[in-house]
Design a protein. Sequence first.
Length: 451
Amino acid sequence: MNHPRAADRISAPAMDQFNYALRDIGEQTMHFVIAFDGQLDTSRLKNACAAILAVAPVLSCRFVPAPAPYWERITPLSLQDLIRVHPATGSDDDLQALLTLPCDPATSPPVRLDILRDKNRDTLCITVHHAAMDAHGLIVYAELLAGYYRDPGAWRKTAYSTCMDRSLAGILLQFPLGGYVPEHVIPEPLHPGWAFPSPPGDCKERAFAIRSLPPDRVAVIRSAAKAREATINDVLLAVFFSALCDYIHPEPGLLVPIMLSLDLRRYLNVPMNGKKSATGSAENPALCGAIAAPEPDDIANLSVAFNVMLPTGLQSPDARINAAMAAMREHKANNPGLASAIDIESFGYANFTGIRERVRMMIADAASTGANTPFLGNIGIIPDAATAFSRSLPVLDAFITGIVINPPAIALGVTTFCNRMTLSIGYGSAAIPRAQMEGFMDTIVKYLPGS
């Protein structure tokens, strides 16, 4: 629902508030890395950045954690502070340095562009804070940036407009009251020790373990999934679970959780359970009836997290893939993610205290049980439009890294670009030795088909 605001303020919906509050459990930044065979024109990039700020004003704001939080426009805002060029030293640590730069949305805009310049090759790192957008929003931002850089004249003619409402209301209004059955949610007990084997810590000091799989290996993974009538996500879930079991050594016969993410945009203007939404959409008023669902801004937080439960003690890779498929099939059966959306949206715009208390309870539960649910974020395929800045700038590689959670929690992020799959885990390097995390990533790669 739309909320009136002053010209320099944008209301922060519950999902923005929640992702800001999660700073207490880790670093809530995401990075979109694009490696070019050539150099970017920084003046042209600044013009593109300014154009995006005009259509997505939340990106020129700071987050104000008041009892009813809001985004407040930063004036004056220097584009020089948003785009910085860093000379490369030739060290493998150059990219790591960009991925670990701080981004505090309470004091600065929730987006920053860093360019790592090595002779005639640039690596662009687009950093955003999760308080302002999810991974889909990051990709949309990159598409807008690349589109303006590529052809400013054509970009001005595109019909991109932001919506005042950045909440989940536009999704929930797709469902008439009582017209859906949310997924069955049963709180599962936290099993002591179900966490990456690491002492508790923070991620003030952090690093990233990254693996890139070539197209021929990805083709084998896809073929293996197809042969099992499984999805790539099913395979990734089974493989991540297998590697975790190797490191955690849980007792057999338990049901343990792995957290995944779900983009709720899947419910916008698409059939639910084989039937069209009764409320329709703002783009199709004929279906709306008395309620016109707002069209949410794509640069927003419209994704939620959920747990799937997997049984320990399975010995074979086939059994673990079957378990992953069964868990995902059960979750998909009844409008996945909607219960989480209703839960978060119920906090509204003016209950930041309740959201912070929820996060404190999460921290206390993890501390008391020694359990911390591992997270898998399969962002999926990066579209060409998000990297096509210029025909004269061939793209060598592109991937997205996700948030970093305080140890002993970990989060595996996966993206695919031009048939190359990149896996990444950011981790608190003061608590988790580099050799341990690199070994864990090697174990994940070993379990993937084609090793």
